[in-house]
Design a protein around this ligand. Structure first.
Ligand code: ATP
Length: 396
């Protein structure tokens, strides 16, 4: 069991805040590498896995969050990184970097997403080389936006709504979403840049701000390993990089039409996220609770990331300004609750081969099992038996 990890990041004062604020002391004070206090709010202490102060560089966020999740994804575990926080708190800066910067390996301001791409493909090259061609990786990227409880494909410039479906084999998936194979960081940056441009264009066309939608960049990472017996072991993981809509309470007063619908839907998905987190915390404390994943597209799509089969990290972003103190307090409370959730990540693998190879592998594993333990099924035996069943079904 792995707890959800939380990285708290306090961004520097913006020029606006410097010009506007009478009180320029930081509303949230880092008291150790893992804890903060809000002096204006009874100095309650909040503890996380890591706290990045106003001078925290992009590299430090990658080192503590990105590196771990990427390497676990390559082992076959699902991984998710969420950026949470009120509008303007630095979510997009953390995930992407300053506006318009999508990659550029030499730019120290580039965000977590380009750094994860770079590390992912470095590791893939290393592992493929070490294995002498026995292991091969395949990565597919898709990029989507959840706005007003609809899922839009950001790699398709038409504003087509994609349905969310569930089946036994694939789990929850977005039907019809574009998936592009990416073979290096440049191809991955390109997917990211095109998606972000489409997000911007459709936001302008539909007269809305991107801070009102959630974006999910999803990488499916497959590894094919040839096993000595002639079989192929397939591992598949999903890596989600999620930039959430601004978490501040939407002002419903004097809001009408599209803005009212937007506000209600942002509230709906973020409050569904909050409720899922609360329910999971109670489940973790031994209570019997139903977790309402289906209450919003966001929580249903990312069900595995919350209390399920995933290594999950939340980067909680805050402004340092006293004028944002109440929102900051609510971000700290949210993040502290989320940190209590326990996920159970497992390697997703499967075996493939022709029938005679699979039968031979099952005989070999059964024999091995008899010689060692005498009973029970080893994982390898279960996978090989499943693969044989599937192979036979495919022939009927
Ligand atoms: N750590 C940081 N260092 C320097 N500048 C930052 C940092 N974090 C955020 N900023 C700047 O603050 C501004 C707001 O950040 P950003 O757009 O990332 O916020 P956001 O939380 O994504 O907002 P929204 O919800 O509207 O998308 C931007 O101009 C960004 O460049």
């Amino acid at each position: 069991m792995d707890n959800i990890q939380v990285f708290l990041r306090i961004r520097p004062f913006s020029d606006d805040e410097r010009a506007r604020e009478r009180d320029q002391s930081c509303a949230v004070r880092r008291v150790s590498e893992t804890s903060v206090q809000l002096p204006g709010q009874k100095s309650e202490t909040f503890t996380f896995d890591h706290v990045g102060d106003t001078d925290c560089p992009q590299e430090a966020v990658f080192e503590s969050v990105g590196r771990r999740v990427v390497s676990r994804c390559l082992e076959g575990y699902n991984g998710t990184i969420f950026a949470y926080g009120q509008t303007g708190s630095g979510k997009t800066y953390t995930m992407q970097g300053p506006a318009g910067l999508f990659g550029g390996q030499d730019d120290p301001h580039r965000g977590l997403i380009p750094r994860c791409f770079e590390y992912l493909f470095d590791l893939i090259a290393e592992k493929e080389m070490e294995s002498n061609g026995k292991v091969q990786y395949l990565c597919k990227a898709s990029y989507m936006e959840i706005y007003n409880e609809n899922i839009y494909d950001l790699l398709d410039s038409t504003t087509r709504v994609c349905p969310l479906r569930e089946d036994i084999k694939k789990g929850v998936f977005v039907d019809g979403i574009t998936e592009e194979t990416v073979a290096d960081p440049l191809e991955a940056y390109d997917v990211f840049r095109r998606g972000a441009n489409n997000r911007h264009v459709s936001a302008t066309a539909m007269n809305r701000e991107s801070s009102r939608s959630h974006s999910v960049l999803m990488l499916v990472i497959q590894s094919l390993t040839s096993v000595d017996t002639g079989l192929t072991e397939i591992r598949e993981s999903r890596f989600n990089l999620v930039d959430l809509a601004g978490s501040e309470r939407q002002k419903m007063a004097n809001t009408t039409g599209i803005r009212l619908k937007e506000a209600a839907n942002i509230n709906k998905s973020l409050s569904a996220l909050g409720k899922v987190i609360n329910a999971l915390v109670e489940v973790g404390a031994g209570k019997n609770r139903h977790v309402h994943y289906r209450d919003s597209k966001l929580t249903f799509l990312l069900r595995d990331s919350l209390g399920g089969n995933s290594i999950t990290c939340i980067i909680a972003n805050t402004s340092p300004a006293v004028s944002n103190e109440i929102e900051t307090l609510s971000t700290l409370r949210f993040a502290q609750r989320a940190k209590l959730i326990k996920n159970k990540a497992v390697v997703n693998h499967d075996m493939q081969g022709d029938v005679s190879q699979l039968q031979a592998e099952i005989r070999r594993l059964k024999l091995e099992l008899q010689q060692t333990r005498g009973d029970g099924l080893s994982n390898e035996l279960v996978y090989a038996t499943d693969a044989l069943k599937k192979s036979n079904e495919g022939k009927q």
